[in-house]
Design a protein around this ligand. Structure first.
Ligand code: ADE
Ligand code: ZN
Length: 335
């Protein structure tokens, strides 16, 4: 069996995908026309040609611009549904999906507009395809910590539509500990917590995300290798890393996929997972990421099964649901 077919059949959780990063250029144009929003591009091809990034910031500048076409509840529904259809096709059984409320509220779009669109699509997809999904609300770390606190207060009445909170956007110079107040309030309300750390920032950001914010997973975490004692800690404590190989390649975190440290960390016993981050911008959904990293690092079938297994165990599913998916996974692994 081809790697691609084998990986597609493995039940997988996607734990690191930004819904705004699933906005394909075709949908960007459709929504721009629907909402009368002007785009700085004349064609889909021109948009794709603009997706040449030198680092995280050069991507974020274009990414926040693209989100401006999302206006109505139906727009957010369509975006979410398109992602869930694609994820289901890749063999994703569970998706824990980031969104950036501040990108929308600062344009005057209120919580019920995007949250109801997302939630309606998640319910419909559950019914039509059986895929399970949950929402993780991210605070934008390039904005002041007080804005994160204010965003939490705005979100609180809708907390039952969320499974967790996260931290994203420009990392270097915006350390996790600044956001402790917003994270504590969300955790006190029963939400899970994750944070982007060690994508471009130093390993100390990973340690502080764990120790100060109390997060349960680290998003990216590739820079952990700069501190061998931190790698040991991540392995010992079973802290999952939600890694995104094609994102790291596109944002020049690694020059070549062959240089990626996912394989080494997996070998060290770190709970590594494979994810897509912003698939419309980085050239691949979760299956594409699996296939690309498997080829570049010459991963074995056992490695691929371990990566899929990690994604299920690192998810925020109930234990009984994890057990069910792990059983299904074991059956595919020996088939
Ligand atoms: N927002 C969307 N993608 C991101 C990434 N890779 N890092 C930080 N913030 C993001
Ligand atoms: Zn991300």
């Amino acid at each position: 069996m081809e790697n691609e077919t084998f990986i597609r059949r493995l039940p997988k959780a996607e734990l690191h995908v930004h819904i705004e990063g699933t906005l394909e250029p075709e949908m960007m144009f459709d929504l721009a026309a629907r909402n009368g929003v002007e785009l700085p591009f004349d064609s889909v091809e021109e948009v794709r040609a603009a997706y040449e990034f030198s680092n995280l910031q050069s991507f974020l500048d274009i990414y926040y611009q693209g989100a401006a076409v999302l206006v109505t509840e139906q727009d957010f529904y369509d975006l979410m549904m398109a992602y869930l259809v694609r994820a289901h096709d890749d063999g994703v059984v569970r998706a824990e999906i980031f969104f950036d409320p501040q990108t929308h509220t600062e344009r005057g779009i209120e919580f019920p507009v995007f949250l109801d669109g997302f939630t309606r699509a998640i319910c419909d997809a559950r019914e039509s395809m059986g895929i399970s999904a949950g929402l993780i609300m991210c605070f934008l770390r390039h904005l002041p910590p007080e804005d994160a606190v204010a965003t939490w207060y705005e979100a609180k009445p809708y907390a039952d539509q969320l499974i967790g909170v996260g931290l994203d956007s420009s990392e270097v110079g915006n350390p996790p500990e600044w956001f402790a107040e917003a994270f504590t309030m969300a955790q006190d309300a029963g939400l899970h917590a994750v944070a982007h750390a060690g994508e471009e920032g130093p390993p100390g950001y990973i340690a502080n995300a764990l120790d100060v914010l109390g997060v349960q997973r680290i998003d990216h975490g590739v820079r952990c290798e700069d501190d061998p004692s931190l790698v040991e800690r991540l392995a010992d404590e079973g802290v999952p890393l939600t890694m995104c190989p094609l994102s790291n390649l596109k944002l020049q975190v690694f020059e070549r996929l062959e240089d990626h440290n996912l394989g080494r960390l997996l070998e060290r016993g770190v709970v590594v997972t494979v994810n897509s981050d912003d698939p419309a911008y980085f050239g691949g959904y979760v299956l594409d990421n699996f296939v690309a990293i498997a080829g570049a690092l010459d991963l074995s079938r056992d490695d691929l099964v371990q990566l899929a297994r990690n994604s299920i165990t690192a998810s925020f599913l109930l234990e009984e649901d994890k057990d069910r998916f792990l059983e299904e996974l074991d059956a595919v692994a020996v088939s």
